[in-house]
Design a protein around this ligand. Structure first.
Ligand SMILES: Nc1nc2c(ncn2[C@@H]2O[C@H](COP(=O)(O)OP(=O)(O)OP(=O)(O)O)[C@@H](O)[C@H]2O)c(=O)[nH]1
Ligand SMILES: [Mg+2]
Length: 813
């Protein structure tokens, strides 16, 4: 392997864009000066051509003028006027030149006329154009000005020659031969004199024209020499500037390269390092000299295939970034991010690679840790719910695509709160860790265990049918049951309730599956804890638990989006009276606005402890509706509001009620809170406290569904209520059931002794109503009296119109 070192960090690293810009500027400047030089040369040529044209023109002028003299002489000698026509034709040339000059001297200049006259004077059209151009721009130039002055001085002579031709023509026609001969002689003498006097003017014209053109040329030479001198100076300045700039860029790059905190190397396209900076040397544990000449692939960790570098080397214009594991001199693995860019050597056009090497070992470790934490439970080290759901999804997919059978176990420790409460949270943590170990011990390597949260665990038993799943779940349960946790002198036995579900093609998604397993686990708790229940979709108990859970989700959504509404049912006094008495009934609305009867959601609300939330809504909405009908408030005798047993036991609910009463215009004396007998008896102390607090504000209370709890009449006397509502079970069949008749009668008698009012519920026919009246009960409620209607209708009095009489109605409210 050649370790030959090459010239490192060359001009190829100067910014190619800047260098290109500089070069473009230099080329532009040179082109400009060259253009100026070319322009000056063309100008000089034009001047020379124009001078040549004038000299030729002057020659024609002079020849023609001499011809005029000659033809006048011939005419005088021969007396033949034909020669005068020749003289006249010859004179046309100086005359046309004269007219051309006069056109140029006019203000404004008439260049077209001048051009025409110069052509008429026998000049070539191209020469005529140059003469016009020269006259136009150089008529005031030294010497040219003097040449023109000479030309101007010749004008009277030329014009005189024109008149002489006319005079001579007249003399030739004269009958007086002697006098005409004398006159012609004198004219010949004048023509000769004119010819002599024109000669110095012609010479002066030519002479001055020559001088002028030479002067102009020397000016042009000076200008050209100055321009080329300036060009030379500018080029040398530009060259110096450009080289300095390039050197500056090189120095800047070299400094950056040397001092960069990041590892950098200059590399040939085949992967051989030409130069490396100090940071790269330190990263890999080699000196910079040792690195130069070696191939990058030599530093790859053995885990990495050397051909993995190839795609990196295909770097085009855009830099390539890839991560590689390298090994240092002492074989330590380091993860590095390579950034490779291809650069062209500005002057030599050779391709180079610049490699940036960044140590990302720490960042990768951190990422790895974060990734691990995001997928694992910190306390037990098992995977977490998020990761578990991914495994569940995969298991469902296998069940759908390959027909495989897996099973899910949902484990919830029994009475785990007791561990926390008696031995503390840390002890609780220890138990969770130990339970994890126990579960792991019982499971196969392929099974997937996760802590799903709190004291809940999930296990996916891969490739396992129902029977095997229940057996494994029993083993897991026994393992936990066998675990005794000792803390101080206490010993706590553990237990677990486990719900098992078969993962087959009927399961749609992990949520479905977990819900089913949770349901089965809940049933295991319900059946007495520390047992295993296999989920079966046909099991009635499991189904009702499931529909309760669905109802729970619906209730939560309805609470959030305010999807409840109030109905009311009148309670009538058989003794008469104008006042309005009614019981408020809550209904839930589904997403389509259909009403859902309370029987379909209140049990779930009770079971999942969200009944107080519904009670709050009912109290708030009732007070608001009553406040909106102040005229009806006066007629209102009592408005009964049902409360769940859970609400009356909560201090925060009581505080809410008191605050609501404080802020409402409704007289608390018109509000009667109804609590079922069962709820009141199972929370006797809470119920008493509740009644006492609200009685101070004037509220009244009713014991609802009395008789259904089969509690003794003892309670009837001990609870401070104002109304007792006899459960409908005793009322519906009053006419045929003598026992029920005597129960109703006894309740009525006790109440009247204690000064309470008794209400018979579920009075569905006129006959029952009459029977109830006979038994001494004066308050009635039921479909036979009034059918529940929206509270607003009742408050507006709209319910009066279709006044319901005894229409039997079998379904309860
Ligand atoms: N020590 C500890 N306790 C936790 C942790 N997470 C939740 N818990 C507690 O675990 C208990 C779980 O209670 P539940 O399963 O609802 O009740 P339980 O007492 O086990 O009763 P059942 O399950 O109904 O038999 C709660 O008291 C939580 O405070 C934790 O990380 N460490
Ligand atoms: Mg538990």
């Amino acid at each position: 392997m050649s370790h030959r070192k090459e010239e490192s960090v060359t001009s190829s690293q100067s910014d190619p864009r800047r260098s290109r810009k500089t070069a473009v500027r230099v080329y532009l400047f040179v082109a400009l000066i060259a253009l100026a030089g070319f322009g000056l040369s063309v100008l000089a040529l034009e001047i020379q051509s124009a001078v040549r044209a004038f000299v030729a023109g002057e020659s024609d002028w002079s020849k023609s003028q001499k011809e005029v003299v000659y033809w006048l002489d011939r005419a005088a000698d021969t007396g033949d006027p034909l020669w005068l026509e020749q003289a006249r034709a010859a004179l046309e040339v100086p005359l046309a030149d004269l007219r051309a000059r006069q056109a140029m001297e006019r203000q404004p200049q008439d260049t077209d006329a001048a051009l025409r006259q110069f052509i008429a004077a026998g000049n070539h059209p191209a020469d005529a154009a140059r003469m016009v151009w020269m006259f136009r721009y150089f008529q005031s130039a030294p010497h040219i000005r003097d040449a023109i002055a000479n030309w101007r001085k010749a004008d009277p002579y030329i014009l005189r020659l024109q008149t002489i031709i006319g005079e001579m023509e007249a003399q030739l026609d004269s009958p007086d031969l002697a006098d005409s001969r004398r006159q012609i002689k004198s004219l010949r003498e004048e023509v000769s004199r004119i010819a002599q006097e024109l000669r110095p003017l012609q010479d002066g014209f030519t002479d001055e024209l020559g001088k002028g053109s030479r002067l102009l040329e020397s000016w042009l030479q000076v200008i050209a020499a100055t321009a080329f001198g300036a060009l030379a100076v500018a080029i040398s300045l530009l060259f110096r500037w450009a080289t300095r700039r390039i050197a500056g860029s090189e120095r800047q790059f070299r400094d950056t390269f040397e001092q960069a905190a990041m590892g950098m190397a200059q590399m040939r396209p085949d992967g051989r390092l030409v130069a490396a900076n100090r940071a790269l040397g330190e990263l890999l544990g080699y000196s910079r000299d040792e690195l130069a000449g070696r191939y990058l692939a030599e530093f790859l960790h053995p885990d990495q295939a050397s051909d993995s570098l190839e795609s990196l080397f295909l770097a085009g214009e855009t830099p390539q970034t890839q991560e590689f594991k390298l090994r240092t001199r002492d074989d330590t693995p380091v993860w590095c991010r390579f950034s490779l860019s291809r650069v062209e050597d500005t002057w030599h056009g050779r391709p180079h690679m610049i490699l940036g090497v960044q140590d990302i070992t720490e960042a990768r470790d951190l990422m790895h840790n974060l990734h691990y934490q995001a997928r694992h439970d910190a306390l037990t080290g098992t995977i977490n719910r998020y990761e578990f759901e991914k495994h569940l999804a995969a298991a469902i997919h296998q069940a759908h695509t390959k027909g495989m059978r897996h099973a899910l176990c949902f484990i919830d420790l029994d009475q785990f709160k007791v561990v926390n409460d008696t031995a503390g949270h840390l002890a609780g943590d220890e138990v969770l860790q130990e339970v994890t170990r126990l579960l792991r011990r019982e499971l196969r390597q392929s099974d997937i265990l996760a802590r799903l949260g709190g004291d809940e665990f999930g296990v996916i038993l891969l490739d396992c049918n129902e029977t095997a799943a229940v057996e494994v779940a029993q083993k897991l349960r026994e393992a936990i049951e066998g675990y005794v946790f000792s803390s101080d002198d206490r010993q706590l036995r553990m237990g677990a309730s486990i719900g098992c579900v078969c993962i087959d093609e009927t399961m749609r998604d992990p949520t479905d599956l977990l819900r089913a397993a949770d349901t089965a686990c809940y049933m295991a708790k319900d059946y007495g804890r520390n047992r295993v229940v296999l989920y079966s979709p046909d099991d009635h108990a499991l189904q009702s638990r499931r529909s309760e859970m669905e109802a729970l989700a619906q209730i939560r959504a309805a609470l959030t989006s305010n999807r409840f509404t109030l109905y009311a049912q009148r309670i009538k006094s058989l003794a008469g009276g104008e006042k309005l008495h009614c019981e408020i009934l809550v209904r839930m609305l589904d997403l389509n606005g259909n009403t859902i009867p309370p029987g379909r959601f209140l049990p779930a609300a009770e079971r999942y402890h969200i009944a107080p939330d519904i009670d709050r809504w009912v109290v708030g909405a009732t007070l608001k509706a009553l406040a909106e009908h102040p005229q009806r408030l006066e007629q209102l005798g009592s408005c009964h509001i049902n409360l769940s047993g859970q609400s009356i036991g909560r201090e925060d609910f009581l505080a809410f009620l008191e605050l609501a009463l404080d802020h409402s215009p409704v007289d608390p004396g018109k509000l009667c809170f109804e609590i079922t007998e069962t709820a009141a008896i199972s929370n006797l102390a809470d119920a008493r406290h509740f009644f006492e607090r609200l009685r101070q504000r004037g509220c009244t209370f009713a014991l609802d569904d009395f008789g259904s709890g089969l509690s003794s009449f003892e309670y009837l006397t001990s609870l401070p209520v104002d109304f007792v509502k006899i459960d409908g079970v005793f009322v519906r069949d009053l006419l045929d059931n003598e026992v029920h008749r005597s129960i109703v009668k006894s309740i009525g008698e006790i109440d009247s002794l204690m000064g309470r009012s008794t209400v018979a519920e579920c009075v569905e026919t006129d006959a029952i109503r009459d029977c109830v009246a006979e038994l001494g009960i004066h308050w009635v409620q039921g479909y036979g009296i009034h059918r529940p209607c929206p509270l607003d209708d009742l408050l507006f009095g709209l319910d009066q119109v279709p006044e319901q009489s005894a229409i039997p109605r079998p379904d309860s409210i």
